[in-house]
Ligand binder design. Structure first.
Ligand code: MIC
Ligand code: SF4
Length: 645
């Protein structure tokens, strides 16, 4: 029977992939653009260098510096110099420190409907707001894309999210995605793409759409996608980039693998409560709860419209004396517009603290809340400890709710503020590209500068005959990459230095982990469902590899982390039953005999628990042929070298 195409399938077809494979089968996506950010970018460019090419082979590759900009020591600046020179050397556009958050700037200056984008940051999916297939991945996959290789993911199920109605005055795009998280949970998007349709779509601007696609990452989705329509054209026109516009949408007679309905007029102000983005409650239920800190910014909510709304709400008011309000604009364009429109002055007079245009507090780089404090943030992740204060509670809300909390010093539903402010959005946005550096045509004489913090990539060995060793740690469900390798400035400074950063593996959950793993020299990690959810940081796979971890046994894996494990030669083994978890304790010695052969050829096999009378653990190895070769070779770089030879 004829079935029209989804928008995702249409963009794939325009890239020569037609038809798309069956769900779960490998889908190789040709990549038009890549982006990196500094905290993952140093590794990505070291990996690109290891591929031995002279120049990137994409239409456009951009290197952003937005994460590690506190520069508490020499390490961050050293990394920036490496990134600037390596970009010039290989033909990559460089967005300088403080120019803006990758996803905000990419939307404003480089993204375009119908293109494919791969980025070494999980929130690369923000680009879906512009009608592009934008996917987050580990640095090595982005390096391979820069080398012209397609990016392979299991073909996702395409789910239609039909929007009807219109948002009530104090509800926002953030509340829409929080509602979806409430319904679908942090693992509800694994193996799926959320494609937004329906009459409600046209009521949302591109920045609002981008807030929604941004937090598709929290659902675990492969990506999220809005159609490209007259709002997309208006956005591109404002940026002086209307030549890139093309109307795009799903075929009217398409069908989806799943259907979700959201009536925008039912959406009320919501908050994700500690410590997961899917712990969602209506703001009215939290009313009166003291708030120590409010932060407005991040790649989710720091567009001009977001910050102008906050400024207008604060006009003539001051921040509650016992609450600290912090604002980090998403880009220098946003900051310039706030300045020229007079909104910045309103923010200054309200008593807000203004930061540079970077991730900052979102990645734990400054502005940690007080002990046992409550912080309300317009960000996308509220994992325990991510703010830099282990016992603080992070709540995620819209800018409107956050501003109301800053005014009242406690949780407050913005609906109690009466009529919402009317803000004016200029038809044309100023171009503020001065901090964007384009690479020279001939870069053969460019010298790449490496400071002492930049250490060579560690090498992995091919899988041998037997994988054996102790269980180094046994964990529960939804372990995040922040649990595996936390952020925070004291750790982030070592993102280009694996021997140093590996010392912080699992440090929040078990400060003894690194010592134990190093002593063991090899071993296993055991976990529940959705292991490795959250960020794309491949350090959460490279560091275990560095300590000799050869396999992770889990009930299921998050998409990007699973790929990172494979890329660095760690075998992702799927436990077949939850009750098996009870029989595997930290310190147990596990053994997988004839490992090499099984990894190449078998779907399911057993591991023996030598500490429990050789009891049998049934596992599955859900890898395609190429993934099997990669993991057996000890990772993608080894595999690439072998295959090229
Ligand atoms: C995040 O939000 O967790 C980060 C920091 O942007 C990460 C990338 C990283 O760890 O460097 C992400 O989302 O991928
Ligand atoms: Fe930066 Fe936060 Fe966005 Fe990650 S989620 S890219 S740390 S602003």
């Amino acid at each position: 029977m004829h079935r029209g195409k989804t928008l995702f399938e249409k963009i794939m077809a325009a890239h020569g992939v037609d038809p798309c494979p069956e769900p779960g089968q490998p889908l190789a996506i040709p990549i038009d653009q890549t982006l990196t950010q500094d905290a993952t970018g140093t590794m990505a460019y070291l990996e690109f260098e290891a591929l031995g090419l002279d120049r990137v082979r994409t239409q456009l590759s951009v290197s952003y510096v937005d994460h590690n900009t506190l520069q508490a020591g020499f390490a961050n600046f050293d990394d920036h110099i490496f990134l600037r020179t390596v970009a010039a050397r290989y033909g990559v556009v460089f967005s300088s420190p403080g120019n803006g958050i990758a996803h905000q700037v990419h939307l404003e200056r480089f993204g375009a409907p119908g293109l494919t984008l791969l980025g070494s940051d999980s929130h690369t999916c923000t680009g879906g707001g512009l009608g592009m297939v934008a996917i987050g991945a580990g640095g090595l996959d982005v390096a391979m894309a820069m080398a012209g290789e397609p990016f392979t993911v299991p073909m996702p199920d395409i789910v239609g999210v039909r929007l009807t109605g219109e948002l009530p005055p104090w509800s926002s795009a953030k509340d829409v995605i929080l509602e979806l998280l409430r319904r679908e949970t942090v693992k509800g998007g694994v193996g799926r793409v959320f494609e937004y349709t329906g009459p409600g779509v046209k009521t949302l601007s591109v920045p609002q759409r981008a807030t929604i696609t941004n937090m598709g990452a929290e659902l675990g989705a492969t990506t999220s996608l809005f159609p490209s329509d007259e709002n997309t054209l208006a956005f591109l026109k404002a940026q002086g980039r209307q030549d890139l516009y093309k109307p795009l949408g799903a075929d009217p007679d398409t069908t989806y693998a799943g259907n979700i309905e959201i009536d925008l007029s039912d959406i009320e102000p919501l908050a994700a409560c500690p410590h997961m983005p899917d712990e969602v409650r209506p703001v009215r239920e939290l009313s009166g709860l003291t708030v120590n800190q409010v932060i407005i910014g991040s790649c989710t909510n720091s567009s001009f419209a977001d910050l102008a709304t906050v400024a207008a709400m604060l006009d003539g008011r001051t921040v509650h004396p016992e609450t600290s309000l912090v604002i980090a604009p998403g880009s220098r364009q946003v900051l310039a517009m706030l300045a020229s429109s007079g909104y910045l002055e309103k923010l200054i007079h309200s008593g807000a603290r203004i930061l540079e245009c970077v991730c900052g507090p979102c990645i734990g780089a400054g502005q940690a809340p007080p002990s046992a404090g409550i912080t309300v943030r317009t960000f996308n992740r509220n994992f325990k400890g991510r703010s830099g204060t282990a016992d603080a509670g992070i709540y995620l809300t819209s800018p409107q709710t956050a501003a109301a909390c800053a005014i009242f010093g406690c949780f407050a539903d913005p609906q109690q503020l009466g009529e919402p402010p009317v803000i004016t959005i200029p038809k044309t946005f100023p171009v503020v590209d001065e901090a964007i550096i384009h690479p020279p045509e001939d870069s053969s004489s460019v010298q790449v500068v490496r400071g002492p913090n930049i250490k060579p990539l560690p090498k992995a060995n091919p899988v041998g005959e037997e994988l054996s060793g102790p269980v180094l740690i046994a964990l529960g469900d939804n372990i995040t990459t922040d649990d595996i390798l936390p952020a925070g400035t004291h750790i982030l400074q070592y993102r280009s230095n694996i021997p140093a950063i590996a010392q912080y593996l699992f440090s929040q959950l078990d400060p003894e982990f690194a010592k134990r793993a190093q002593k063991a020299g090899q071993g296993f990690i055991v976990a529940g469902e959705n292991y490795g959810q959250g960020s794309s940081r491949e350090h959460a796979a490279i560091s275990p590899m560095y300590f000799g971890v050869r396999a992770v046994l889990a009930l299921s894996f998050a998409r990007i982390h699973r790929a990172n494990l494979i890329n660095f030669g760690i075998v992702p083994l799927i436990l077949t039953e939850r009750k098996q978890l009870e029989g595997i304790l930290q310190g147990d010695i596990l053994a997988l005999e004839k490992a090499g052969e099984k990894i190449y050829n078998q779907q399911s096999f057993v591991i023996k628990n030598k500490s429990r009378d050789n009891s049998v653990i049934n596992v599955r190895l859900d890898l395609n042929d190429k993934e099997r070769q990669v993991v057996a070779a000890g990772g993608k770089l080894n595999w690439y070298r072998q295959n090229r030879a």
